[in-house]
Ligand binder design. Structure first.
Ligand SMILES: NC(=O)CC[C@H](N)C(=O)O
Length: 200
């Protein structure tokens, strides 16, 4: 990376520590967003060049975002162009629509997602597939959603597995069904830092 960037990782629930380790390893400055104050201070200090929404449980994370008073600011920041990397539950938080649930959350990403789309119990698997701009990548799916409809032609499909879309980019938003933070392969995080955080 040519310059040090500061990335806030939402840390109310889920796999935030793994994202932090991955981004630290790539030379980013990371901090955890546990409460509203963490987000506000970073914005005030000009120290928020990107946001990570980790995997976990979207219903829990979505409720906590509201309970902790972070929902509006997060939505505004993403709509205003702050780069965001969202994985699994994070993808569900961004989606405009959840096809098998009444709940939707930030609604900044014009796609429809299906939660627990591979079944609840046997829904975890690993597969190698192609990601546009990155190459073949080992993808870890853990009770994952997939994208069952793209709602805006500007959404770029980056990866398809078994006929289902599992990675997209829309402007400043990179969203994945799978978990790049649990692999040894830092190329997805590097793409986020190099092409989205430093590229927009
Ligand atoms: N690994 C994950 O993030 C799983 C997502 C979870 N099944 C949900 O619906 O929120």
């Amino acid at each position: 990376m040519s310059e040090k960037v500061s990335i806030g990782i939402l840390a109310v629930q889920g796999a935030f520590a793994e994202h932090q380790a991955m981004l630290d390893g790539l030379g980013a400055d990371t901090f955890l967003i546990r409460q509203k104050k963490d987000l506000e201070e970073a914005v005030q200090n000009g120290g928020l060049q990107g946001i990570v929404l980790p995997g976990g449980e979207s219903t829990v994370q979505g409720k906590l975002l509201r309970d902790l008073g972070m929902y509006d600011q997060l939505k505004e920041l993403i709509e205003a162009g702050t780069p965001v990397l969202a994985t699994c539950a994070g993808l569900i938080l961004l989606a405009e629509r959840v096809s098998n649930d009444d709940r939707a959350y930030l609604k900044t990403l014009p796609v429809s997602v299906k939660r627990n789309a591979y079944g609840r119990q046997l829904g975890s698997f690993v597969t190698d597939a192609e990601i546009a701009h990155i190459g073949t990548y080992r993808m870890n799916f853990i009770r994952a959603p997939y994208i069952d409809e793209i709602l805006n032609p500007q959404v770029e499909t980056l990866a398809i597995v078994d006929g289902n879309t599992v990675a997209v980019r829309y402007k400043n938003q990179l969203a994945l069904s799978f978990h790049p933070e649990v692999s040894e392969d830092a190329r997805v995080h590097a793409y986020f830092l190099n092409e989205i955080v430093q590229g927009v």
